[in-house]
Write a protein that binds this ligand. Structure first.
Ligand code: IMP
Ligand code: MG
Length: 181
């Protein structure tokens, strides 16, 4: 029987077990290991809160040196994007001449990534790429390339492994999906 859990008013069932997330993180780290070396002076720019678990597992599998910094954005209320991206903590790391990789938990409409790329523009980064644990290609309306997507999913609302429903569920090691309307 599928394990079901209740978070606030919704029922969630397991969709992706931790072992499968682990393999996807390893695979995406291997792709990055082929693309970068120590000489590339990479900055990983994690987007809080959702990316904290993914980023911490990812960095331990990278075999090139990185610097890590974070920004904090908010665009979701409940299970839907508001379309308005708020900067809760801005970024203050010098990126001139650096290879930046934005690390997201999930790219959905692409509004957050678009917002991030706008704020990074004209700051003289050598390159800017996007790495995300989950990508929802059916909902993506952006034009920016998503270079490293660990896993593609459909039009589902998921929680766990950093992702939340109204701030709950981030600590779960597996990914759960809600089928409630
Ligand atoms: P976007 O701006 O529409 O691409 O949405 C990106 C942000 O919305 C992500 O970084 C998450 O914080 C949140 N988000 C999008 N989809 C989900 C989901 O299925 N579960 C939890 N959070 C999500
Ligand atoms: Mg997020």
């Amino acid at each position: 029987m599928t394990e079901k859990i209740k978070i606030c008013d919704r029922t969630f069932e397991i969709m992706i077990p931790a072992s499968q997330i682990d393999s996807a993180v390893t695979a995406v780290a291997e792709r990055m290991n082929r693309d970068y070396t120590d000489d590339d002076r990479v900055i990983l720019l994690g987007v809080l809160n959702g990316s904290f678990m993914f980023l911490s597992d990812l960095v331990r599998r990278l075999n090139f040196r990185v610097e890590i910094c974070f920004v904090k954005l908010s665009s979701y209320e409940g299970v839907a994007s508001t379309g308005v991206v708020k900067d809760l903590i801005g970024f203050n790391c010098p990126i001139e001449g650096r290879n930046v990789v934005i690390v997201e938990d999930i790219v959905d409409t692409g509004n957050s990534i678009h917002h991030m790329l706008n704020s990074l523009n004209n700051r003289g980064a050598k390159s800017i790429k996007v790495c995300t644990l989950f990508f929802k290609p059916e909902l993506y309306v952006g034009s920016a390339e998503i270079h490293y997507a660990a896993m593609n999913i459909g039009n589902d609302f998921i929680v766990g492994y950093g992702l939340d429903y109204n701030e709950f569920g981030r600590e779960l090691p597996d990914i759960y999906v809600t089928r409630d309307e």
